[in-house]
Design a protein around this ligand. Structure first.
Ligand code: N01
Length: 553
């Protein structure tokens, strides 16, 4: 703490959230820049998404050695992943290992939810308030609130009358839940439902899945990592990480073999079959234009529908499980362990609520189409108010009393996903308009943290006390993000990428689709050119240069 007279503790930077982003921010800003950093974290522990999402079967959909931090050799070499796709408990152990290695716990205040932040134009600082009464002031405010951190809670009639237990996958009890002998309902068939349903079915007396939209999923082919694999990865980490940074999505997926119109479909079929046996997300990318051409996409989609019909014994159930409502890949493609097979088990059943929605909850269960289904427990796997949800819940008050939630009422607008006009000295890690949600999020986090740290360092060196994204640069970036998305099939799906899963949320595509590699280049050029698109006040030489460059761009 640098100020002992002010009743509000003052820091150089306040960070909101102690997931991977918050932890790395502390390290980068404190240890590399020598800044005084304070983090407020809502949870009683660190880890963000991996702290809250403890539902049965929760695991990463990217391979462990990709979904891990790259900036520290010691962490990279000492940590041993045990499975190809790490489970939630293992990732949470990893987060804690990283926090101990970097010695960041002293900077983090747990059990403290940030409720508001007000920018003071007199001092160019933010004052942050929390639900515990703790407050803090800082020149810079950085949100590291995560993309999938606010569970989306449906509001079914009679929910409070249900006599059994109701759980949300995104806010799972820390002590775990014993479903042995219980009749369990699961509502929702996105990644969380798809991962949890087979595991819940292992212990429950019965599982009934309520499906609104049938989902494409491909086999994870998860398995233990061998010691040899671990050693080989550790030896080649340097090159692997560099390739990931230079890739479209920040992870090494198998490339497409050509466009639909140009390739022999027998070859495509063979390749789909090969990838189905263990290529995870790359399975849907055999055709290079899968996300641009509906013909290509139909071919891949039909391949998965055929697989469903091969796997599922009851043709009527297979029919219900066949996805027809969106092109494959335009929603995050889950990777599963025994999802479709689970519907062959006698105690697992499927209820389609596509045409006959849930009418209400009753004390005994769930009523659909006039029929009451009885349960002991109901699991809501209904997703998240993604990307903007956590920011909307904080009262950010920028210049002239401007509120971020008003500014974003028609859809989030940001410059590079990192900053917004009217909110000076405020940066968002994995914000809307960045590529984060379409990438290996750890790669995006590392990029954003490093870019923000470099920028803060630049501002301090120049004596600039206030920076803000310009409305013009923000408008250009937001338009560019939307135009790129419109060139793909993504906007045709009612996905959380589009904000479509939350009633009343504006339908705006939330990510830059141009690729992590291109985004990195763009951000680097902006830094090299003196940060065009940002205003610079209070500085001297460097600031004047930056403004001259900005005027030219
Ligand atoms: O959420 P979702 P999720 N009545 O929004 C249904 C990441 N993740 O938690 O499609 C009835 O995908 C909804 O139906 P519909 C990953 O990025 C990663 O599963 O809107 N149903 C849908 O079926 C993922 O994409 C991993 O018609 C309702 C489901 O609930 C993201 O998190 C693991 C409903 C929600 O699916 C979100 O996944 C888990 C209602 N009122 C999650 N409201 C990894 O592997 C919603 N639904 C790392």
């Amino acid at each position: 703490m640098s100020n002992t007279i002010d009743p509000i503790p003052t820091y150089d930077v306040v960070v909101i959230g102690a997931g991977f982003a918050g932890i790395y921010l502390v390290h980068k800003l404190r240890d590399d820049l020598g800044l005084d950093v304070k983090v407020f974290e809502r949870g009683a522990g660190i880890g963000g998404t991996w702290y809250w999402n403890r539902y049965p079967g929760a695991r990463c959909d990217l391979e462990s050695d990709s979904y891990s931090l790259s900036f520290n050799d010691e962490i990279e070499q000492e940590w041993n992943w045990t499975e190809r796709y790490a489970s939630q408990p293992e990732i949470l152990r990893y987060v804690n290992f990283v926090a101990d290695k970097l010695d960041v716990r002293g900077n983090i205040e747990l059990n403290t939810t940030v409720t508001g932040a007000v920018f003071d134009e007199g001092t160019d600082t933010w004052t942050v308030t929390t639900d515990t009464g703790a407050s803090a002031r800082a020149r810079y405010l950085v949100s590291a609130t995560g993309i999938l951190s606010v569970p989306s809670m449906p509001t079914f009639e009679g929910m409070d009358t249900f006599a059994g237990e109701i759980y949300h996958t995104g806010d799972w009890p820390h002590e775990g839940v014993d479903f042995t002998g219980k009749r369990v309902a699961v509502i929702g068939t996105g990644s969380s439902g798809i991962q949890s349903i087979p595991v819940i079915a292992e212990e429950a007396a019965s599982v009934t899945v309520f499906q609104r939209t049938a989902t494409f999923t491909v086999p994870a082919a998860n398995r233990p990592m061998t010691e040899n694999e671990r050693k080989a990865t550790k030896r080649s980490y340097k090159q692997l990480r560099e390739q990931m940074r230079r890739s479209q999505v920040g992870v090494l997926l198998e490339p497409g073999i050509g466009n639909f119109a140009d390739v022999d479909l027998r070859v495509v079929r063979g390749e789909l079959e090969r990838r189905w046996r263990g290529a995870g997300m790359s399975t849907s990318m055999v055709l290079s234009d899968n996300l641009r051409s509906i013909e290509a996409n139909n071919y891949t989609s039909q391949f998965v529908r055929d697989k469903i019909n091969e796997i599922v014994d009851d043709p009527a159930v297979a029919k219900m499980l066949e996805p027809h409502d969106y092109p494959i890949g335009t929603k995050r493609l889950p990777i599963d362990t025994n999802y479709y097979d689970t519907f062959n088990r006698d105690h697992v059943s499927l209820v389609s609520i596509r045409d006959t929605p849930i009418e209400r909850f009753s004390p005994a269960g769930i009523v659909v189409d006039g029929r009451e289904h009885e349960f002991d427990a109901i699991v809501l796997a209904t997703g998240f108010d993604a990307a903007t949800g956590a920011l909307d819940r904080i009262q950010f008050e920028g210049v002239d009393g401007r509120l971020m939630k008003d500014e974003w009422a028609e859809g989030a607008k940001s410059y590079l996903g990192l900053a917004s006009p009217g909110f000076p000295n405020f940066f968002t890690v994995t914000g809307p308009g960045s590529p984060a949600i379409l990438t290996n999020v750890i790669g995006s986090i590392e990029h954003h943290v490093e870019w923000i740290a470099d920028y803060i360092s630049y501002l301090r060196a120049a004596g600039i006390t206030r920076t803000e994204a310009t409305p013009e640069a923000t408008e250009r970036w937001t338009t560019h993000v939307a135009e790129l998305a419109a060139m793909t099939l993504y906007p045709t799906a009612a996905s959380w990428y589009m904000g479509a899963n939350v009633p009343g949320k504006p339908r705006v595509f939330l990510a830059y689709i141009g690729g992590l590699h291109n985004y990195r280049d763009r951000c680097e050029k902006i830094a090299t050119d003196g940060y065009p698109g940002f205003t610079h006040d209070g500085g001297t030489g460097l600031a004047a240069r930056a403004e001259a460059v900005a005027a030219e761009v």
